[in-house]
Design a protein around this ligand. Structure first.
Ligand code: CA
Length: 583
C-alpha cells in the first residue's frame, strides 16, 4: 500500500514538474555550447528526476560514500608504505585498503584545493571549467556530478569542506563549511529561507568530530531508504595550520619522525626555474621547513629561531610540522572507524561503495618544501582507495594512471549512467573490477598549476607524468602577468631509477630521446584536452619561446633569474620585510 502511494506521488510530481528532459534525454546537453543554463526545477527537486518505473531499478544500485580529506598525502597513509608507514598513522584507512583496491598512481591535475575540487565535480581540467585558482567559483549549473547522480536516481548530500564558493544547489542536502573556517566551533552553510549564503548553523567542537556527527545525523535521520544515496563527506583536516583535537596532544609526543634525505641534501634536484642561476633564487622559490625561504618557513612559524644551529632549527620545525599534521590525520582515521562501525551496524557496509581520497597530496618536508601546489610526487599524488567487495577484489593494487577528472565519470558509471560529453575524464570502473587497464587507457597524467608565486612561492608550471618519467616545464608567469616572472626551465625525473626525484636529468644526453618523446606527448595531450593557450596568449608565447630550450632561451632565462633576484632584493630594502611578494 505504502509503495503504491509512493508511486502515485512520484507520478504526480512527474506530471506537475515540466522536465527539460522532455526535449532531451541528456541533462547535460544544454552545457555543451559552453553556456550553462539557468538551474531548472528538476535539478532542484529531489524526486523529479525519478520516474515511477525507475524505483524498482534503483534497488540494485549501490550506495556511494565519497570521503575526501584536505591535503592528506599518500605518504601519511600506512597502506601506501612510505617512510611514515612505520608510525602506523592510519589503521582504519589501511584496513579499508586491505578490503578494497589501492591506486598507486592517482594524480591531481592541479594540486590545490579549489581547482582540484572543481575538477572532481565537473570531470574537467581547470582551463575548461575556468576554476584556475582559489578565487574560482563553480556555479550550480556546472556541478555536473551531483546533477548526474540525481539523474541516476540517487539521493545526494554534501557535508563538510566545499571551497567552491557558489551554492552546492544541485545536492538534495548540503551542510558545508564557508571558504574561511576555523578548526574549532565551525559554522556551516545550509539550505534555508534566505538566499545563499545566508543560512547558517553553528556547532561546538573540533571540525573533524563535528563533520562526523553531521554525517551520522544525515545517515540516521535524513537518508531516504527507498533510494540509493551518494554522500560526499569532505574533511577539513589535515589542512594547515594543523590544529588537532586536544585529545591527540600526546600522540607521537616522544617519537622522532623519519626524515626524507632531500630535507637535507639534494644537489641534483631542480632547475634554474626552482633554484635560479647558480642557486641565486633558493631563498625565494618554494616555502621551506628550514630558514632557506625567509618569507615563510616553519622555523619562524613554529618559533624555533633561537636554537643554536640551522640543523637543530630545521629538525625541530620538521618534527613539529609532522606531529601536528599526523595528529590531524589520526583524528580523521578515528572518525572513519566510527563511521564504518555505524555502516556495519546499519547493514550498509556491503552495499556501499566507499572511496577514500584527498583533494591532493602534500609536501611533508621532501625537498625542504611544505604545502602542495608542486608537481613533485608527494604533492601531485592523491591517495585513492575504493572498497566494494561485491565487484572489487579485496587487497588489490594497481599502478594504472588515473586523474581527478576521472572521478566523476567513475562515480556516474557506478551509478549506472554514462558520463556526459562535457566531461573530459573517463570512468575507470573496469580497472577497479578487473585490475586491468583497457587497451586504450591513458599513459600519462596532465598537470598545470596556475597560481604563480602567490602564498607559497611556486612558479606557474605544466607537465606530464607517465609511469616511468615526469617532465615539468616551469613557464613562470601569472595569468595577468602582474607578478614578476621567474626563469623558465625544464625538469625531467626518471621515476624508476629515482622515485624520490632527486636528480633532474633533463640535460643528460642519455635522456635526449626521452625528452623529445615526452615533449611530443605533452603537446599532444594539451591539444587533445584543449589547453591551447587561447585564453592566455602571453603565457602561450612563453611556452613556445622556451619549448626547445636552446642556447638563446637559456641565456634569456638567466637574465630573468637575475632580474627576479634584484626585484626581490629591492622589495626587501624598500619594505624592510624579508622577501615580501610584490605584485
Ligand atoms: Ca587541499
Amino acid at each position: 500500500m505504502k509503495y503504491t502511494i509512493t508511486l502515485l506521488l512520484l507520478l504526480l510530481l512527474a506530471t506537475l514538474i515540466p522536465l527539460h528532459a522532455a526535449n532531451s534525454t541528456d541533462p547535460f546537453t544544454p552545457y555543451l555550447d559552453g553556456k550553462p543554463p539557468q538551474i531548472t526545477r528538476e535539478i532542484l527537486t529531489p524526486l523529479a528526476a525519478l520516474s515511477a518505473s525507475d524505483v524498482p531499478a534503483l534497488a540494485g544500485k549501490p550506495n556511494i560514500i565519497f570521503i575526501m580529506s584536505d591535503d592528506h598525502a599518500a605518504n601519511a597513509i600506512g597502506a601506501y608504505g612510505g617512510r611514515l608507514a612505520k608510525l602506523n598513522p592510519t589503521p582504519t584507512i589501511d584496513k579499508l585498503a586491505k578490503e578494497g583496491m589501492l591506486f598507486e598512481n592517482c594524480f591531481a591535475a592541479n594540486s590545490i584545493c579549489t581547482p582540484s575540487r572543481a575538477s572532481i565535480l565537473t570531470g574537467q581540467y581547470n582551463h575548461r571549467n575556468k576554476v584556475y585558482d582559489l578565487d574560482g567559483t563553480l556555479e550550480p549549473a556546472c556541478q555536473y556530478l551531483p546533477i548526474g547522480m540525481k539523474q541516476a536516481g540517487y539521493q545526494t548530500a554534501m557535508i563538510g569542506k566545499w571551497h567552491l564558493r557558489a551554492e552546492p544547489r544541485p545536492f538534495d542536502d548540503y551542510c558545508v563549511l564557508p571558504t574561511l573556517n576555523p578548526y574549532f566551533n565551525p559554522t556551516f552553510l545550509v539550505r534555508g529561507e534566505k538566499p545563499w549564503p545566508g543560512n547558517t548553523i553553528k556547532r561546538e567542537g573540533h571540525t573533524t568530530d563535528v563533520i562526523l556527527d553531521l554525517v551520522l545525523d544525515w545517515m540516521k535521520h535524513k537518508r531516504d531508504p527507498r533510494k540509493p544515496f551518494f554522500l560526499m563527506y569532505h574533511e577539513k583536516a589535515p589542512h594547515d595550520m594543523f590544529e588537532f583535537a586536544p585529545r591527540y596532544k600526546d600522540y607521537l609526543k616522544d617519537v622522532e619522525i623519519p626524515e626524507p634525505s632531500s630535507l637535507w641534501s639534494q644537489p641534483g634536484f631542480g632547475s634554474i626555474a626552482t633554484r635560479g642561476h647558480h642557486d641565486e633564487l633558493l631563498p625565494y622559490i618554494g616555502t621551506s621547513i628550514g630558514t632557506r625561504n625567509s618569507h615563510f618557513n616553519y622555523v619562524k612559524k613554529f618559533g624555533f629561531e633561537a636554537l643554536p644551529t640551522e640543523e637543530q632549527r630545521k629538525r625541530a620545525a620538521y618534527n613539529e610540522y609532522l606531529k601536528r599534521y599526523l595528529r590531524c590525520v589520526k583524528g580523521i582515521d578515528d572518525s572513519l572507524a566510527i563511521l564504518f562501525d555505524y555502516l556495519r551496524s546499519a547493514g550498509l557496509m556491503e552495499n556501499t561503495v566507499i572511496i577514500y581520497t584527498s583533494d591532493q597530496g602534500m609536501m611533508l618536508g621532501e625537498h625542504d618544501y611544505m604545502d602542495k601546489r608542486w608537481m613533485y610526487e608527494e604533492s601531485e599524488r592523491m591517495p585513492f582507495i575504493i572498497r566494494y567487495p561485491k565487484t572489487i577484489k579485496p587487497g588489490s593494487r594497481t599502478d594504472a594512471i588515473v586523474e581527478n577528472v576521472d572521478f566523476a565519470p567513475l562515480l556516474l558509471d557506478i551509478a549506472g549512467i554514462k558520463a556526459p560529453e562535457v566531461m573530459q575524464g573517463r570512468s575507470f570502473k573496469a580497472i577497479c573490477e578487473t585490475g586491468r587497464e583497457p587497451v586504450d587507457w591513458k599513459h600519462a597524467a596532465y598537470y598545470r598549476y596556475w597560481m604563480h608565486m602567490v602564498h607559497h612561492d611556486n612558479p606557474g608550471n605544466l607537465g606530464l607524468r607517465t609511469k616511468d618519467y615526469k617532465l615539468i616545464f616551469y613557464y613562470g608567469m601569472r595569468r595577468d602577468d602582474k607578478m614578476p616572472r621567474t626563469p623558465p626551465g625544464w625538469e625531467l625525473y626518471d621515476l624508476k631509477k629515482d622515485p624520490q626525484e632527486l636528480v633532474n636529468v633533463y640535460d643528460d644526453p642519455a635522456y635526449a630521446r626521452v625528452v623529445s618523446d615526452l615533449k611530443k606527448q605533452l603537446a599532444d595531450r594539451r591539444r587533445a584536452i584543449g589547453d591551447d593557450g587561447a585564453d592566455y596568449p602571453q603565457i602561450e608565447a612563453v611556452v613556445k619561446q622556451y619549448w626547445d630550450y636552446d642556447a638563446t632561451a637559456r641565456a634569456t632565462a638567466e637574465t630573468l633569474s637575475h632580474d627576479f633576484r634584484v626585484s626581490k632584493e629591492a622589495a626587501v630594502s624598500s619594505t624592510g620585510k624579508a622577501n615580501k611578494a610584490v605584485p
